[in-house]
Design a protein around this ligand. Structure first.
Ligand code: GUN
Ligand code: ZN
Length: 453
């Protein structure tokens, strides 16, 4: 893969400075800027980079290009010199569980045992509002500390805990899509509700929180934990509120799939258990999808449904390796999810590295490069969620971004000092950068996270 040449000065994208509000309040961030506004799976070398770049923004991106050009257009902007840093769009995590924030790293188990012995017990603790508030706060801070500015968050089984997550997100301005998790079988009694209760509680939460900034996602946990009646309730809520999202799990683990086959003997396959109740569509996201049939892939494509690709979780709980090439061939949208706490942390840098490594090991793996990794962690997530105005540094987009600078003397700092190219730098960042290298995170132009020096 080749890098695109640094765009000439006339190639900078901008809105006229006169269209912006007052010049005061505009920040001009100077550093090595990288983004992927075009899909690198379709456009070879689609990484766009400026090595001495300028990014002018207030709440939205005003201009991006070479520093001298941007400074000429925005002479009164406050210049922040980050020449020793990389500037990337905020990450979009399309699958992360908030009630699992305190149980990352439960080793030694595969999915069903992991759920039964550790995960569901911890999720039952969300009945306590004070504990749920702590979990919500820690989730949001962990996401921001890792440069994630938008997330599709798998919620709690308790309506009050779910409301608490929305309230905590509103406090920071973080863009989240989330909702009550509903289930009526095969979990623990305290996590189960009747289909009627699920309907009432979900509807109240939608009416209270679905709107600007926050979006609602209906969330049947998985077919193992949902009766036909429960899935039908979810389908009817999707009809009643057509602009809410739906997310669930699918085709993650072979024992899980066998269990679903026993529970739904009349279904064609796992996806069909959701399909017959109308749960597929462009606002529906299915996590994992490792052991997937060709028939199912065709149904995703026909309905515009998308997939959350969660490689660190898939390796940690031993589920398998995502078949990226078949998803690409079927033109199914997918993006990265951390899947905390099955996943091993909030860093989409690490998640992207796990994806790269998984594909290297897969019999029919796709050879990913740094532009694919950046795309999967940013613009692909925006596309999967159909959220416009995030994912890349396009003028008019929300100024959601991160400043990446490794600690002095760290392995990453050593590699970057001797990097021959922007592409090599970005590869090293995806290999070595974690929370400690994300120095600043901005949400809509506002600094919301800063690492102490
Ligand atoms: N399937 C049902 N619930 C879960 C969960 O919490 N994590 C994962 N990885 N898979 C699931
Ligand atoms: Zn999950």
């Amino acid at each position: 893969m080749t890098l695109e040449p640094t765009p000439p000065s006339s190639g900078s994208s901008s809105v006229s400075p006169s269209e912006s509000s007052s010049p005061s309040g505009i920040t001009l961030l100077r550093g090595q800027i990288m983004h992927t506004p075009r899909n690198p799976f379709e456009h070879d070398g689609a990484l766009v980079t400026w090595s001495d770049g300028g990014l002018a923004f207030d709440e939205t991106i005003l201009a991006v290009g070479n520093f001298t050009d941007i400074q000429r257009d925005y002479p009164d902007a406050t210049v922040v010199d980050a020449r020793d840093s990389l500037i990337l769009p905020g990450f979009v995590d399309v699958h992360v569980h908030y009630p699992q924030v305190h149980m990352i790293g439960a080793m030694g188990m595969t999915l069903l045992t992991w759920l039964k012995t550790r995960t569901l017990l911890e999720e039952a603790n969300m009945a306590n509002d004070a504990y749920a508030r702590l979990a919500a706060h820690n989730t949001i801070q962990s996401l921001l500390a890792n440069g994630t500015t938008t997330a599709l968050v798998f919620g709690a089984h308790f309506a009050s805990a779910q409301a608490i997550l929305f309230e905590e997100a509103l406090k920071t301005g973080m863009h989240i899509v989330s909702g009550l998790v509903v289930s009526d079988q095969n979990l623990r009694p305290e996590l189960e509700v009747s289909p009627e209760q699920a309907y009432e509680q979900s509807k109240t939460l939608i009416q209270t929180y679905h709107g600007e900034g926050l979006h609602y996602a209906l969330q049947p946990r998985f077919s193992v934990s949902c009766s036909e009646a429960m899935l039908e309730v979810v389908g009817s809520l999707m009809q009643e509120f057509p602009d809410v999202y739906m997310q669930t799990h699918i085709n993650e683990n072979v024992d899980e799939i066998a269990f679903v086959r026993e529970l739904f003997p009349a279904s064609k396959d796992y996806l069909d258990t959701y399909d017959v109740h109308g749960l597929l569509g462009p606002r529906s996201s299915f996590a994992h999808n490792i052991h997937v049939s060709d028939r199912e892939l065709a149904r995703y494509a026909e309905t515009g449904s998308s997939v959350a690709h969660c490689p660190s979780s898939n390796m940690f709980i031993g589920s398998g390796i995502f078949d990226m090439k078949r998803h690409l061939a079927a033109e199914i949208p997918f993006a990265l999810g951390s899947d905390v706490g099955g996943g091993t942390g909030y860093s989409l840098f690490k998640e992207a590295l796990m994806s790269y490594q998984g594909q290297m090991l897969h019999d029919n793996g796709y050879l990913l490069g740094p532009s694919h990794l950046l795309y999967l962690a940013t613009q692909a997530g925006a596309d999967v969620l159909s959220i416009e105005g995030i994912g890349a540094f396009t003028a008019g987009n929300r100024a959601d971004l991160m400043v990446v600078r490794p600690p002095a003397g760290s392995s990453l700092a050593n590699v970057l000092t001797h990097s021959p190219s922007a592409e090599a730098s970005l590869s090293a960042v995806f290999t070595l950068a974690r929370e400690e290298s994300v120095r600043q995170t901005y949400l809509a132009g506002k600094l919301v996270h800063e690492k102490p020096i």
